[in-house]
Design a protein around this ligand. Structure first.
Ligand code: 0L1
Ligand code: MG
Length: 262
């Protein structure tokens, strides 16, 4: 750990307040260039503790930067994770207000609902055996950093830009689908903006789940039955603004819609 405990606490407050008020802040590493990845995960956990103290509860985890497109966008080679709370859960067809975000973007994702606890170093097959069901999901990410300037470490501290997610209502058991190659089409206002495949999510969403299990284990965390896991975006994220109607269609998993209001 490079940063003092007191500073980690202060920075957890900074990112938590930025998210709470949708008020962008300077990237943390501008003032603390010595911050390590472990510092950033500590800041993330402490900022989550502040949310739990306000009454939010943990409902799952997300993987971030899982596609080549996203890794190239960020110039990184490894995925990251963040925590999801009940306050981030939106229903299919939900309406969100652009004013509640700093710079909202949407990503097409595959989500798992866990049937059993999972932790430790596991292979994709074992990871998948702990899954109860799979669905499509739209994730809304909203980096809280000014001018959209951040490093990977900043993003981890900012809970991997987690803000909201809508799960599709069509679900399947993992073995009922060709999970490693589901076509995904995302449209905004009826125009296709991104097309991809679930294969873009670390080559298979189950690999993403296994990687999450291992990364959580390294830090004394794990997944619990009933929790949701967003396996990661299959394409680049797309900016949205007031008036936009977003739709994701996933092979075999139906459609998910979101509407962005003023
Ligand atoms: O969901 C993700 O892939 C995390 C993205 C974090 C960086 C960003 O805000 O673009
Ligand atoms: Mg994502």
């Amino acid at each position: 750990m490079a940063l003092e405990d007191k500073i980690l606490d202060e920075l957890a407050t900074v990112v938590d307040e930025a998210a709470r008020n949708s008020e962008p802040v300077k990237m943390l590493t501008a003032d603390y260039p010595e911050m390590t990845l472990e510092d950033a995960y500590t800041i993330q956990r402490r900022s989550m503790a502040r949310r739990y103290a306000r009454g939010e509860s943990l409902v799952g985890m997300k993987m971030g930067l899982t596609s080549k497109a996203k890794m190239e966008q960020m110039g990184v080679h490894n995925p990251i994770y963040g925590h999801l709370t009940d306050a981030m859960m939106l229903g299919d067809g939900a309406e969100i207000s652009a004013g509640d975000y700093c710079h909202p973007r949407v990503e097409p994702e595959i989500a798992f609902v866990m049937g059993e606890d999972l932790s430790g170093e596991v292979g994709p097959r074992e990871a998948l055996s702990a899954v109860e069901k799979v669905c499509g999901a739209l994730e809304i990410i909203d980096s809280r950093y000014q001018n959209f300037e951040f490093t990977l470490i900043d993003v981890v501290a900012d809970n991997a830009s987690s803000t909201g997610f809508a799960l599709g209502t069509t679900t399947a058991k993992p073995d009922e689908l060709e999970l490693g190659n589901l076509g995904m089409v995302m449209s905004v206002n009826g125009e296709v903006v991104e097309t991809g495949s679930s294969a873009a999510i670390l080559e298979h969403p189950a690999r993403s789940l296994a990687a999450l299990s291992a990364m959580l284990h390294e830090r004394g965390e794990g997944l619990k039955a009933g929790q949701v896991v967003l396996a990661g975006g299959a394409t680049k994220a797309v900016h949205v603004e007031a008036g936009d109607q977003v739709e994701l269609e996933v092979d075999g998993l139906g459609r998910i819609q979101l509407r962005v209001l003023q």
